[in-house]
Design a binder for this molecule. Sequence first.
Ligand code: NAD
Ligand code: ZN
Length: 460
Amino acid sequence: MGAGKSTLGPEVAARLGRPFIDLDRELERDLGKTIPDLFQESGEVQFRIQEEGQAIAALHLPEPAVIALGGGAVQTASIRNELRDRAFTVHLEVDAETAWKRSAGTDRPLAQEESEFHALYERRRELYDEVADAHAYDLDDVILVAGGVRVHAGSIELLGSLTPGDAPVALVSESHVAGIHGAAAQVALASRVLSVHEVPPGEEAKAAAVAERLWNELRLDRDGIVVALGGGATTDVAGFVAATYLRGVDWVPVPTTLVGQVDAAIGGKTGIDLAAAKNLVGAFHWPARVVIDPSLLETLPERERREGLAEVVKTGLLAGEPLWELPTSELVRRSAAFKTAICLRDPHDREERAVLNLGHTFAHALEAAAGYEGLTHGSAVALGLLAALRLSGRPTDVVEEVLAPKPVRVDRDHAWAALQRDKKSRDGELRLVLLDEEGPVVESRPAGEVRAALDGLIAE
Ligand SMILES: NC(=O)c1ccc[n+]([C@@H]2O[C@H](COP(=O)([O-])OP(=O)(O)OC[C@H]3O[C@@H](n4cnc5c(N)ncnc54)[C@H](O)[C@@H]3O)[C@@H](O)[C@H]2O)c1
Ligand SMILES: [Zn+2]
């Protein structure tokens, strides 16, 4: 009571593209009277019976929904059982003082007297802990826990308990990162570590030969778990190996770069590169949990941080909030939540997830024209964001100030040819992610305009 369920619930539902059901309001609508009236006329016992029917019916709806339970619903055993079987239950945390301040002076029947209210809060606390699959303090927290993503400084030390179940673990780390954070991961996983594997740093890890070696080295059963420690390259290949080994075992990425923490480790895309193109072979394989510890970024070189900052600026532009201005751990948490919500809406990249490509059509064209050398992905994205903002008729100052992109020296015709091969083009019209007042839109633009925007990113 007073935790903010009725305010946050519709926001969570909107972010996840799901219907929202507020059980108290539904009950009032069905009975044609308010809950205080129902309490007054028939008493709490009668109210709980009505509530039970309503809650169980909602939990059995065929379409997944975001449901706000009344504060006392967990007192009913059958509701607790249904929650365990059919719901992912998030306890929205609120301290007793705040809850009382919000509830006092309203007509809520159980919030009329302060000492009774506090006693009730204490009594219910244990039941909340019993039913909760996760705890959350705000909107982004709810989204993150719903996606299985945990973001906390120091969470690497809890890796053992954050890795679901108690099955044996194969720890796959990148060789350079293993020397920095590998010991902490091993200590945290303790006796669950069945085997330890290393992959080379950077993009070299995303090779069929590396995947094949891992397949051969693994000794896990079907219930085993692959834990991947490293940047996006490591989590991509380890996730792909997990997706395919024994036709799929669970996996837990522990991203150690900013790119990994705000982007690569979230959303279940895994893969390796072929000579013809990057990410040509892969699988969708949602991680059992993503363990994000922003304090691991303290050892990340500035150059790599800037790579991630480009994705953070992209995310902030999409979200319409200056996420890049936040302190690291909050910037990671908010950006990770944004990507998690979009991926939960569109896990297989068929629709909404396309917006995450803001700036990327141009970036990929420039990277291809540069032969994937001398131009990092982050620098290419920074340039791509400039072009997307210009085509959207929006100011570019944020990108210029935060990312300071420099025009790149590549062959113009080569870049243009690469851009036209973009997988989003339809009947010769190029489809681009642009930004309007409301947020991102996917739009077609005439070739001439797009070419001019691309040329504007290329040095004379
Ligand atoms: N699956 C997805 O949805 C997705 C999304 C975005 C990017 N990606 C992929 O991610 C890859 C890029 O990932 P990346 O930018 O993390 O690069 P990366 O994995 O190549 O790591 C970059 C460098 O950082 C070093 N490093 C990593 N963590 C460190 C730490 N904590 N301290 C010090 N050094 C550290 C590594 O040794 C490496 O040299 C690309 O292959 C890209 O395709 C995948
Ligand atoms: Zn990117």
